[in-house]
Design a binder for this molecule. Structure first.
Ligand code: ADP
Ligand code: MG
Length: 713
């Protein structure tokens, strides 16, 4: 087994972010002191006793008390990694998994990927010696496909359970089953208090008694699986009830008073109001960093640009303001920048998505600006329509957000809406499973051998109509047979790809259409937000640059052109120099061409990962060359569920749902408005906008997707 205590790395100096070496002793002392000062430090022994006594334990503690970074280390020290076992910690968000793993590796004075590592989709930094593994909840679900008993784990911590993402909810159901299955394996001793009371019954209800999931290693010995559910919300009851009355413990946090300010009237433009508030704080308030909650990458990047511009207009001595963004698709080497200490005399403004609400705790925050909005998934099962919409947060979220200002001393929170609006907010957020398309998780469950989805023991049941609609969709994509079983090979192949079912199917189809090279690029580029950017003051230049890449057929081929142009550019320069220099050159090219370099680099990473997956599956990566007709037909065959027809007044009617939609102004087809199109994303603001649009021929739909369109016409 790889060294639990890597002595050589224990004593090595740790490079600081500037690449210089600092005195490891002083640094380690500072870290040790910080660890000791966390509220959770004083209850280590008691917590470990509870874990020993209970197979399932719920830990509730305020954000910032040290749950995520400390408890895995406590478990490691208490011997839960003996015999090479691993502690798995799941996070709903990629950024949290990465930044926390980096922090804990530093606290343990080990290289990331050794004793402490992380694994997220498209990025695995673990090794045989990894004992504390941070990962996304979705990733652990995928691991269960290969290792149904999750045998390598002694403890699994489901962190941020209050977020109630669809993956967390499904994972809880799965873990409950794994726990029961492991407790039944010969030689296992369950602790008394937590013996599953109605194991048999559950198993039957879940319809997994015949599945590969349980049959596998009957008779093998498994130690019981310890399960820890961690949550920042005080309401532990749902989790406790779900796990047969499991014990919940509370960890006291530390919170200073936070003054809350509201606006007098609703703000017509919350981004503008945000900007004004940032500068008001900067010019009128005492020292302390500012945390701003925005809804996504595009918003963050545009606010960042505006702040930088306006800072330049301030008098020389007021310009000491730096901005740092944090959102999930930010390249991981940039994510840690939020934790870097603010330079002396400066004020830091952190522009964050919801990620900073509870998942990551950034030191130094004294002011919070909260426009009160969040980008959320929404699903209408009747129409089979999933969209992203910006919606008001819940009261619980507003409280979490303001709490971020009072971690180290008294703080202030500026809510950019009137107090009367606060009163109207929902108490808490509806679990995602109640408002998202379930096709993805149903495919996962089917691949795990759970056939009776409606009977599955969900912590909160999704509506029957949502389940049925999603099953129908999987059937239309060819992933399920007439008997609603996973089809072979298509369904099985789809379940292996870490993508939305509709994208997985597109890759499989592209193999048949002999344009897999093009579809691989398309899927990678569609997996990131906003490839193009157009600063307000350079709109014309940006449009001209975009023209160089544009294809009259639409956005998909345009994205392919961008990708290929970046490739050609990089190939022309000799790539023998290191990654850092290559990155710099690519960034420059992006800037000249008004391409978002963060997004493009992310897409390139994703591309190489998916490429590996499809190669492993034995698919053939061929290009259709100049025959773009072939590729467009493949788009129609893949995305037929997202087809739309032009209406006399210039809007479109989505064929599957009957909804009226409009092409987003950022699309190349916004002006030309072809008769029939397919699209990949529906975003709901004041309009229902579709993005990533390509022109197709209406007749292709009946020809290539008769399973759907012959019934319709
Ligand atoms: P919880 O999970 O209870 O919300 P965490 O374990 O995430 O708390 O954080 C505990 C403390 O560690 C916080 O004070 C936070 O500021 C600090 N911390 C976490 N990550 C980092 C980091 N990368 N750099 C510096 N401090 C960090
Ligand atoms: Mg945490």
């Amino acid at each position: 087994q790889g060294g639990l205590n890597n002595a050589s790395s224990e004593r090595r100096p740790i490079p600081n972010p500037n690449g210089k070496f600092v005195d490891s002793f002083a640094r380690r002392q500072r870290i040790a002191q910080h660890r000791k000062s966390l509220p959770i430090a004083s209850v280590e022994r008691r917590l470990m006793e509870e874990v020993r006594k209970n197979d399932t334990l719920i830990i509730v503690g305020e954000t910032g008390s040290g749950k995520t970074t400390q408890i895995p280390q406590f478990l490691f020290n208490a011997g839960f990694c003996r015999e090479g076992k691993t502690i798995g910690v799941t996070q709903p968000r990629r950024v949290a998994a990465v930044t926390v793993a980096k922090r804990v590796a530093e606290e343990c004075a080990v290289d990331l990927g050794q004793k402490v590592g992380y694994s997220i989709r498209f990025d695995d930094v673990t090794s045989g010696s990894t004992r504390i593994k941070y990962m996304t909840d979705g990733l652990l679900l995928r691991e269960a496909l290969l290792d149904p008993y999750l045998a390598r784990y002694s403890v699994i911590i489901v962190d941020e359970a209050h977020e109630r993402t669809v993956h967390t909810d499904v994972l809880l159901g799965l873990l409950k089953n794994v726990q029961i299955a492991r407790s039944k394996s010969i030689g296992c001793q369950n602790t008394e208090n937590n013996k599953p009371k109605n194991g048999m019954l559950l198993e039957k209800e879940n319809g997994i008694q015949n599945s590969s999931f349980l049959k596998h290693d009957r008779g093998r010995m498994f130690p019981p699986l310890k399960l820890i559910i961690m949550s920042a919300s005080l309401d532990a009851r749902v989790f406790s009830d779900y796990f047969g009355g499991a014990k919940a413990v509370h960890v006291q946090g530390r919170q200073f008073p936070v003054d809350i300010f509201y606006t007098h009237h609703p703000e017509p433009d919350y981004l503008d109001a945000t900007l004004i508030t940032v500068f008001q704080i900067h010019l009128e308030e005492g020292p302390g960093d500012v945390l701003v909650f925005l809804t996504g990458q595009e918003e963050i990047e545009s606010v960042e640009r505006l702040i930088k511009e306006r800072v330049q207009q301030l008098p020389e001595n007021s310009r000491k303001l730096v901005t740092v963004p944090i959102f999930s698709s930010l390249p991981s080497e940039q994510q840690m920048r939020v934790f870097a200490p603010t330079p002396a005399g400066y004020r830091k403004v952190i522009l964050a998505t919801n990620i900073a609400e509870t998942s990551v705790t950034i030191p130094g925050i004294k002011y919070v600006i909260d426009p009160g909005l969040v980008k959320a998934r929404s699903y209408d099962p009747k129409k089979g329509l999933e969209s992203l919409i910006i919606v008001p947060i819940s009261k619980a979220q507003a409280l979490q957000r303001s709490g971020r200002a009072g971690r180290e001393g008294p703080g202030k929170c500026f809510r950019l809406y009137p107090e009367s609006e606060f009163e109207k907010l929902e108490d808490s957020t509806k679990p995602e499973i109640k408002r998202c398309n379930l096709a993805n998780v149903i495919l996962q469950l089917k691949a795990l051998g759970v056939d009776d989805i409606i009977g599955f023991d969900f912590i909160e049941k999704p509506s029957r109509s949502a389940i049925i609609k999603s099953l129908e969709q999987l059937f239309l994509l060819g992933a399920l047979t007439d008997e609603c079983k996973l089809s072979d090979p298509v369904g099985r192949q789809m379940s292996r790809l870490p993508l939305d079912p509709i994208y997985s199917k597109a890759l499989i189809l592209a193999n048949e259409f002999k344009c897999l090279e093009e579809m691989l690029i398309t899927v990678s580029m569609l997996s990131v937000e906003s490839i193009f950017y157009a600063p307000r003051d350079k709109l014309d230049e940006a449009r001209a640059a975009m023209k160089c890449f544009s294809s009259p057929e639409g956005d998909h081929l345009t994205l392919i052109n961008v990708y290929r142009a970046s490739n050609e550019f990089m190939e022309k320069r000799n790539l023998s120099f290191g990654k850092e220099k290559a990155d710099k050159i690519l960034r420059k090219w992006c800037k000249e061409n008004f391409i978002n370099s963060r997004s493009l680099r992310h897409a390139r990473d994703i591309h190489s990962q998916i490429r590996r997956h499809v190669e492993q599956m034995g698919l053939h990566i061929a290009s259709c060359g100049d025959d773009v007709l072939l590729f467009r037909r493949c788009l129609a065959a893949s995305f037929f569920l997202n087809a739309a027809l032009k209406q006399p007044e210039g809007t479109y009617r989505a064929l599957a749902s009957g909804q009226a939609v409009q092409i987003h102004p950022s699309s190349l087809l916004f002006q030309t408005k072809p008769e029939c199109i397919i699209y990949n994303e529906l975003v709901q603001t004041n309009h229902k906008y579709i993005r990533n649009v390509s022109r197709i021929d209406y007749l292709w739909l009946t020809e290539l997707a008769p399973q759907f369109y012959s019934l319709q016409s």
